[in-house]
Design a protein around this ligand. Structure first.
Ligand SMILES: [Mg+2]
Length: 403
């Protein structure tokens, strides 16, 4: 049985040099926070090696309560208590607050703000097509107690829609594809639900990119492409969901979410004294399905098919199906907050050139090169991206008229 939470990362020995070539100043339109750091510095980022992060599969040994508690400890570490947060946190003392601020500040030396260093994205994107990949929960929407109420704001939706009109854009989420579509409600995007195991999108995006792949028609008769590498697991996931729900119904606050190709067990609203019994039940169910594996996230455990497919593979698939796999012509920008996004960060690091951004209010081990604190900073970043691209298009249009 594979489990992903107790391995050291095999982390690429990488420092990403940023091109010294800049973008025409007439194409720039950055907010004051970003403008303060422009022109981009010529420094190179070196990401800490040997970061203890779980991105490689490991074998689960014999299951025991001790192991279950290990899952729970790792799960808690993914979603630290509020008093540990840097911005807007509640601290027991001034010293604790100062320590948290210092820790976050030191972490940002290796993972600087994507917003304050927006000029570096402009520099790297010169002459390239940007492709945007967005996680949903904790990235576009706040993390909330009830997962069914993780709504994104109308302003965020409008911003993402603008992004999608300018760049090929995809949502990569652990949620079921239909569910994340219900939250986002934008037909022009590509959606990769169930951690990339359920990919679908318009055959021709509104930005003119034509996707290749298996074709079908949606309910409205529109041409779509889709890809479901774990389709044979669907009946198994239904069975797992049913078995988990039987126990969850006896524990207050426990919630089982069927995300099609993965099942998510939510602990956020469960009193901690009941975390153990719930996790032990997960362990018992998992033992009956050797073809499935366990992963963990922010106060969630997830059961999914043990196939070599994750958000990183989904990003690679989308880049390829959109004809965007050429490293020299394309700059992927990926934003995510969760442990499962690390697969995408690592895939993009291995690709060579990308702008990977972890959304986090706390210092975390990550493969991402940059950081943003929360969904509100994500929105500002996306708005900046839109403004920059629009001004660039405007400048190109003026240049063309003057010729
Ligand atoms: Mg997330």
């Amino acid at each position: 049985m594979a489990w992903r939470s107790n391995h050291q990362a095999v982390y690429p020995d990488t420092s990403l040099p940023f091109s010294s070539s800049g973008c025409p100043s007439t194409a720039l339109s950055v907010p004051s926070t970003a403008a303060s750091s422009y022109p981009p510095s010529s420094r190179r980022y070196t990401v800490t090696k040997s970061i203890p992060i779980s991105v490689k599969k490991a074998e689960i040994c014999s299951t025991s309560n001790r192991e279950v508690m290990g899952w729970l400890d790792a799960m808690k570490a993914q979603s630290p208590p509020r008093f540990e947060t840097y911005m807007g946190g509640v601290f027991d003392s001034k010293a604790q607050e100062a320590a948290a601020v210092a820790q976050y500040s030191a972490w940002m030396d290796n993972h600087p703000s994507a917003l304050e260093n927006f000029g570096e994205l402009i520099e790297e994107a010169a002459g390239k097509q940007i492709a945007v990949f967005l996680d949903y929960d904790g990235t576009l929407s706040p993390i909330v107690e009830d997962p069914d109420r993780a709504f994104m704001s109308d302003l965020m939706r409008a911003t993402v829609k603008e992004v999608a009109t300018l760049f090929p854009t995809a949502i990569i989420s652990g949620r079921g594809r239909e569910k994340v579509y219900d939250f986002v409600q934008l037909a022009e995007l590509y959606y990769a639900g169930s951690h990339g195991m359920d990919i679908m999108g318009p055959a021709e995006g509104c930005n003119g990119f034509k996707a290749t792949g298996t074709r079908a028609k949606d309910n409205n008769g529109n041409d779509i492409v889709f890809f479901q590498p774990a389709s044979r697991f669907l009946p198994m996931m239904d069975e797992v969901c049913k078995l988990l729900e039987e126990k969850a119904n006896t524990i207050s606050g426990a919630k089982i979410e069927h995300n099609k190709f993965c099942v998510t067990i939510h602990f956020r609203r469960v009193k901690e004294e009941f975390w153990g019994p719930l996790a032990e039940h997960v362990e018992r169910v998992l033992k009956s399905f050797p073809e499935l594996q366990l992963t963990l996230g922010r106060k969630v455990l997830e059961i999914r098919p043990a196939i070599e497919w994750d958000k990183g593979k989904a990003v690679e698939f989308l880049l390829k199906s959109l004809g965007l796999e050429d490293v020299s012509d394309v700059l992927p920008v990926y934003l995510g907050d969760d442990r499962t996004d690390e697969d995408a960060f690592m895939a993009l690091n291995e690709r060579g050139k990308a702008f990977s951004i972890l959304v986090s209010t706390v210092a975390k081990s990550t493969n991402a090169l940059y950081s943003l604190r929360d969904p509100s900073e994500v929105m500002t970043f996306l708005q900046t991206l839109v403004r920059w691209r629009k001004s660039q298009i405007e400048c190109l249009s003026i240049d063309k008229d003057e010729r």
